[in-house]
Design a protein around this ligand. Structure first.
Ligand SMILES: NC(=O)c1ccc[n+]([C@@H]2O[C@H](COP(=O)([O-])OP(=O)(O)OC[C@H]3O[C@@H](n4cnc5c(N)ncnc54)[C@H](OP(=O)(O)O)[C@@H]3O)[C@@H](O)[C@H]2O)c1
Length: 161
């Protein structure tokens, strides 16, 4: 059973400016779709609002203090839920699928960090504007198990030691 943070980060761990992601890379988005389809995504309400739709072909669990006001999807292949805590989201996610992905934003990555089994990162070789960051990847806790270089970025997988 895996609990994997999936994110695109700059050279210093920046993931956003509070509103948007720092990078839009078509190959990254395509890979995100491929990796997460058929599985479960957990995200904070602000990230869900920023995406602006329920992603098809997977279950999205939105974490918010007001789950009752979240408009859930109807029809289509997107499954959507809203819950009042990260713990509830993880429990629900694990009851649905063995592969659960944590898709941000900053508050959700930070809270999930001690519980994560894996990190699936797109590490961009550039600096981005923004103050929302991933927690530091401490080599005492994480081992890099794969790195796929691309033009200007790498797909990197870390596993908890
Ligand atoms: N680079 C990447 O891969 C990536 C991925 C995702 C997001 N991002 C970026 O991250 C930024 C957004 O992150 P953010 O930290 O501002 O927002 P966020 O984590 O997406 O959402 C925060 C919201 O989640 C809810 N929440 C968080 N913890 C909760 C808890 N314990 N219990 C109940 N509800 C909880 C609250 O919603 P309510 O206010 O509704 O109660 C809170 O306002 C943006 O810049 C976005 O682009 C980057």
């Amino acid at each position: 059973m895996s609990l994997t943070a999936i994110a695109i980060v700059d050279a210093h761990g920046v993931i956003g400016d509070g509103e948007r992601q720092p990078f839009e890379i078509a190959e990254d988005w395509a890979r995100f779709k491929k990796v997460t389809s058929g599985h479960v995504l957990i995200m904070g309400r602000r990230t869900h609002d920023a995406i602006g739709r329920w992603l098809p072909g997977r279950t999205t669990i939105v974490v918010t203090h007001t789950p009752d006001v979240v408009q859930l999807p109807s029809g289509g292949t997107a499954d959507g839920r809203a819950v009042a805590s990260l713990e509830e989201a993880i429990e629900l996610g694990r009851s649905i699928d063995d592969e659960v992905y944590v898709a941000g934003g900053g508050t959700i990555y930070a809270q999930a960090w001690p519980l994560l089994t894996d990190l699936d990162l797109t590490e961009v070789h550039a600096e981005a504007e923004g103050s929302v960051r991933l927690p530091p990847i401490d080599p005492a806790d994480w081992v890099e198990v794969s790195r796929e270089p691309r033009e200007g970025f790498d797909f990197v997988h870390y596993r908890r030691r």
